[in-house]
Write a protein that binds this ligand. Structure first.
Ligand code: UN1
Length: 505
């Protein structure tokens, strides 16, 4: 096996055949732009179509395979993920810049999804429903849609694809996977593990590429379901294109403007840790990262001071050094986007508490480093920085007076993905549970850190109600009603008679 640090040669996998490597685009480490992690082919529209055709051809045999045997492929996959945890974490840290400790946690999150899928293979998966007619049994059974296109982001290049590929394959669908063009090496490694685990040819196909390749997949009428995690703009476009197909399902998770709400009765240290971890783990680049901490006015001054001091102490540096808190942002365009939002915050009236910005060189390497930008901003309907997703180490501390006002501030954005409330009060906790718009809510925790056996997804611009992870089954299958008569004559529900003049012919 090549060493973990040898440059990866990118290949497409179609119908179980690895194509010859091609060097269309490089994957560079955001910690050092001179380091090329691998070179990859950009799948053409024709190659994307071939991958969809391969998935379509593999579908009938795969859906007829016993559900338990399909699940057992995931047991083999779990062993391989355990075997390769360290090398996967290292490759991920180099390719996407997350700290290696976080990368390890992500590999474990992916493993948990694989284990969850394996375990659910032997659980009941339908319902038996009573009929009005005693001789009839009715069943609700879920059937796979067919071909699922899995289009995933760079920030969780291992776990998020598994959230989607796992339930899709268990239910009998076949897949075409397009990893982010920023993390193709991790995506390819994952598909190599699927192949090694013995998933039949054509059940998992791999195409590399950027928006053009994704567009070719989404426009292909052979795709039944698109599972997408990424930006709102791309997700919206996928939904618009998919509206042209009568039974196309789009399960989209599209970012957030998440917040931690620190109430007047909060445990102070817990509130600081929750606010810091939510904002700065993964350098603020989780879709569930908080870019707002909404703090009761009675503790605002002290909280802001301790928060700012803590943020300044965080070490952002080499992703392979486990002593660092977090790493760089994903690329130079991200640096520029965050800097634009830092400038916008000032223009919109922020009081800057920590003047973060670009850090040109960390340990002499050419990396995309930013330091935390923390500011006070009073709630203000016209402030774009309080409404728009930033995706970087940029956080507003917003004071509030009443719980009603805090919920209104939280909801004053078009997103609704993740929130946390820090309180000792059960009535207060319940108020925020019911009044805030979100997919994942947390009490006395950061607003990041979901587990795979829970649904994951959001509302409003964050998603369309087809959550990823455990609840994806609702998107990748359709329920069918199946009614069987055990009698020897036909009896109809609702009192409908079956009398036929003159009897049956
Ligand atoms: C994402 O940022 O797209 O809840 C996924 C969490 C992780 C997954 C984040 N389990 O923080």
């Amino acid at each position: 096996m090549p060493s973990a640090d040898a440059p990866v040669r990118g290949r497409l996998l179609v119908a179980g055949e690895w194509a010859a490597p091609r060097d269309d685009f490089p994957s560079r480490s955001p910690a050092n732009l001179d380091e090329v992690v691998g070179v990859f082919p950009r799948a053409t529209a024709g190659e994307a179509a071939a991958a969809v055709d391969a998935a379509r051809a593999a579908f009938p045999a795969w859906r007829r395979t016993s559900r338990v045997l399909r699940a057992e492929c995931f047991d083999r996959l779990a062993q391989l993920v355990k075997r390769d945890t360290d090398s996967l974490a290292r490759l991920m840290a180099r390719e996407c810049g997350k700290n290696v400790t976080e990368c390890r946690a992500e590999v474990v999150e992916g493993l948990h999804m694989v284990q969850y899928v394996f375990g659910t293979g032997r659980l009941p998966y339908g319902e038996v429903i009573a009929s009005e007619i005693a001789e009839k049994d009715a069943y609700v059974r879920r059937k796979p849609w067919g071909v699922v296109a899995v289009i995933t982001p760079w920030n969780f290049p291992f776990a998020v694809p598994l959230w989607m590929l796992g339930p899709s394959l268990l239910e009998g669908n076949t897949c075409v996977f397009k990893p982010s063009e920023d993390t193709p090496a991790v995506g390819q490694r994952l598909v190599e593990l699927f192949a090694e685990a013995g998933f039949p040819p054509g059940t998992v196909n791999l195409v590399h590429g950027d928006g053009g390749t994704g567009e070719a997949l989404v426009k292909n009428p052979g795709v039944n379901v698109v599972c997408f995690t990424g930006s709102y703009e791309v997700g919206r476009h996928i939904q618009e294109v998919s509206a042209g197909f009568p039974d196309r399902i789009v399960a989209a998770e599209m970012g957030g403007k998440n917040a931690v709400i620190v109430c007047e009765d909060a445990r102070f240290d817990l509130a600081v840790t929750a606010g810091i971890v939510s904002a700065f783990k993964t350098t603020g680049q989780r879709c569930v990262s908080a870019s707002r901490v909404i703090v009761h006015e009675s503790l605002f001054e002290k909280y802001a001071q301790v928060y700012a001091e803590t943020a300044q102490r965080l070490r952002f540096g080499d992703p392979l050094d486990p002593g660092n808190f977090a790493g760089p942002v994903i690329h130079q365009e991200s640096v520029e986007k965050v800097l634009r939002y830092n400038a916008l915050a000032k223009a919109e009236g922020a009081t800057v508490l920590v003047e973060g910005g670009e850090v040109r060189s960390v340990a002499g390497s050419k990396g995309c480093y930013l330091s935390p930008f923390v500011y006070r901003m009073d709630a203000n309907a016209s402030a774009r920085v309080l409404r728009e997703e930033v995706f970087g180490p940029h956080v507003a501390l917003v004071p509030f007076k009443t719980d009603e006002e805090a919920a209104a501030i939280y909801n004053a954005t078009e997103y609704g993905l993740s929130m946390a409330v820090i309180t000792e009060g059960y009535r207060r906790m319940r108020f925020f549970r019911d009044e805030c718009e979100y997919g994942m809510g947390y009490v006395n925790l950061p607003c990041i850190g979901a587990e795979v056996h829970l649904p994951f997804g959001g509302v409003k611009k964050s998603g369309n109600g087809h959550p990823s992870a455990a609840a994806l089954v609702t998107a990748v299958t359709h329920p069918t009603a199946w009614t069987v008569n055990h009698g020897t004559e036909i009896k109809m529900a609702q009192g409908l008679t079956t009398a036929i003049d003159g009897g049956p012919a």
